[in-house]
Write a protein that binds this ligand. Structure first.
Ligand code: AMP
Length: 211
């Protein structure tokens, strides 16, 4: 099962891909998480990426494509994977298509008016789990339910940067939908619904894919 979750920032791709990863025992590969790991390590690549991420811009294709290729070599990807945040541009979809044929690309569509609150009230754990202060709060405020680490707010989750990220999404990422629609692998889910409803709809789609 090789799938990609698609949608604007705040659509719930990260939350859903982690839930689906547990259910189907396949890795969830978040390009944003891979980049943030480089930032934390303080590598040259991480420094270059952070400046662009803080501006809400895309990191160059040459960087993200190499990172993805490396990650997909992992033996845990042999039985499939879920991509979260890749591809984010037509150029990335073209290159990906040369080495991976996706079985499904699932588009979580969400009304713009919900996205800002979803993102600015989001809190992250360094372990990758995301919370929302209203819709998905941790049991103990400010602390991860899974690992007990202190939660933080991403530097690019401010209203100002979110507006830039939404613009990048509509100009550079949204056109990728047509790419997959033409290939007949695009499926749509109403991402305005609750986490549980979206998860249910996703599982229905994934269960219906040919094995
Ligand atoms: P995310 O965690 O998916 O919201 O991604 C955070 C940031 O990482 C984005 O705003 C981009 O700056 C960068 N990023 C993530 N995925 C990609 C990608 N496929 N191509 C380029 N930049 C990316």
């Amino acid at each position: 099962m090789k799938i990609a979750l698609f949608g604007p920032p705040g659509a719930g791709k990260g939350t859903q891909s982690k839930l689906i990863s547990e259910k189907f025992s396949i890795p969830s590969i978040s390009m944003g998480d891979l980049l943030r790991a480089e930032v934390r390590k303080g590598t040259a690549l991480g420094k270059e990426a952070k400046a662009l991420m803080d501006e809400g811009q895309l990191v160059p294709d040459s960087v993200v494509i190499d990172m993805l290729r490396d990650r997909l070599q992992g033996s845990d990807c042999d039985g499939g994977f879920i991509l979260d945040g890749f591809p984010r541009a037509i150029s990335q979809a073209n290159v990906l298509d040369e080495f991976v044929k996706l079985d499904a690309v699932i588009n979580l569509s969400v009304d713009d008016r919900f996205l800002i609150q979803r993102i600015t009230d989001r809190r992250m754990c360094p372990c990758g789990v995301a919370y929302h202060l209203v819709f998905n709060p941790p049991i103990r405020p400010g602390v991860c339910d899974d690992c007990g680490e202190k939660l933080y707010q991403r530097d690019d989750d401010t209203e100002e940067t979110v507006l830039k990220r939404l613009k990048v999404y509509s100009e550079q990422t949204k056109p990728v939908l047509e790419f997959y629609r033409k290939r007949g692998v695009l499926r749509d889910i109403d991402g305005n619904k609750s986490i549980a409803c979206i998860r249910h709809a996703l599982i229905e789609i994934l269960d219906s894919l040919p094995q």
